[in-house]
Design a protein around this ligand. Structure first.
Ligand code: ATP
Ligand code: MG
Length: 351
């Protein structure tokens, strides 16, 4: 097979970890004999400062023919977060109906959890976040601004299509894992309309999967359980807001932001899916060559898995864990490897 992949290195350490990712991808392509056509796009905050927009007006059209997008990070100290969010990330996620945000949480060999005594056997779950609707809507407004009658309303939008499809993806994913256990994040004791509806659809969709063990927790206690009982979880599905919270908390118990990967999936493959490390552009360390490339490598594993090259992805993560297991870590994890030296070690362990 021949894969067309769009690369958006973006800003800051995105410009360091994506080239590292390209190096390992090229080695994997040779070893596992698949074709790669990588096309780089300059869309970024740097592009914004030159052109007044994060990408050209036809940027989405340029990306549409690709099977996957590999993104580094976008963001810069002098550009407001909403510019990169609304100018690039959200248009890509929404136009290409990347309705699943998938974040694996697993403690890798040689990396320690901030949770004392927890090992790889305890921390291995997936967070499935709804990525297109829910609480993050632009419906709402403000009245009587600046007076003491000031009132602000923010609507949430939950559609049957939107809720069902993400829960169904979570069911299918859980069915393919040994534990076959799916947990729903809810808050139907406090939120009167949307969350009872979420629960209702969770019951309806999971009814098609009698072999799945299903449960649900309110988001408040669920966050506590993530810390106190990470071993309880296998696949956890949540709305856009609850999934957002859980998908930052999850990686935090598994060694931090330098290793956390993510995928934004258009499950039906009508449009490109996007794979990206969870971390941002990290301007404080950009340009020093010390960024941890594991989050990018793991995102590439997810991309290869989605494209149908699972053995290549598995080989990549085995190589990463060989290196971390031997004690070679980047600075964020307490080691002294650079982006390049770590990448070379991974490539060395691949072949
Ligand atoms: P942005 O504005 O793009 O979100 P940020 O500064 O918020 O960028 P984060 O990704 O949120 O960056 O990271 C917070 C901090 O974690 C960084 O400042 C950096 O010190 C550290 N960090 C993040 N990613 C990495 C990485 N891959 N390797 C090493 N350290 C990292
Ligand atoms: Mg940030």
């Amino acid at each position: 097979m021949d894969y067309q992949i769009a690369l958006i290195p973006g800003d800051g350490i995105g410009r360091e970890v994506i080239p590292a990712g390209v190096k390992v991808l090229e080695v994997l392509a040779k070893e596992f004999q698949f074709g790669l056509q990588l096309t780089e796009f300059p869309f970024s905050c740097a592009y914004y400062r030159q052109h007044g927009e994060m990408m050209p007006a036809d940027g989405l059209e340029q990306l549409r023919p690709f099977q996957a997008i590999l993104l580094g990070a976008v963001g810069a100290p002098n550009v407001a977060d909403h510019v990169s969010l609304w100018g690039l990330l959200l248009p890509i996620r929404r136009q290409f109906e990347q309705y699943v945000n998938l974040r694996p949480v697993r403690l890798l060999n040689g990396i320690s959890s901030p949770l004392a005594g927890r090992t790889a056997a305890d921390i291995d779950f997936l967070v499935v976040r709804e990525n297109t609707e829910g609480e993050y809507s632009d419906i709402g407004g403000r009245l009587f601004t600046g007076t003491d009658r000031e009132v602000v309303v923010q609507e949430s939008v939950f559609t049957r299509k939107g809720v069902d499809r993400v829960i169904r993806f979570a069911c299918e994913t859980a069915m393919n894992r040994p534990a076959r256990h799916l947990t729903s994040a809810t808050k139907s004791n406090g939120i009167r309309f949307t969350m009872p509806y979420w629960d209702e659809r969770f019951r309806a969709v999971t009814a098609d999967y009698p072999d799945l063990r299903c449960d649900q927790f309110h988001i408040d206690i669920l966050t506590a359980h993530f810390v106190q009982h990470p071993d309880w979880f296998d696949v956890v599905v949540g709305s856009n807001l609850f999934g957002d919270i859980l998908s930052d908390l999850g990686p935090a118990v598994a060694g931090g932001i330098g290793v956390a990967p993510s995928a934004n999936l258009n499950v039906e493959r009508e449009f490109p899916s996007m794979f990206e490390p969870v971390h941002g552009s990290a301007p404080d360390i950009a340009g020093q060559g010390v960024a941890n490339p594991i989050a990018t490598f793991w995102s590439i594993q997810m991309m290869l898995d989605f494209l149908g090259e699972a053995p290549a992805g598995a080989a990549l993560m085995a190589a990463v864990e060989k290196v971390t297991g031997d004690g070679f870590l980047t600075r964020d994890l307490g080691g002294s490897e650079t982006t390049d030296s770590f990448t070379e070690r991974v490539i060395g362990s691949l072949s």
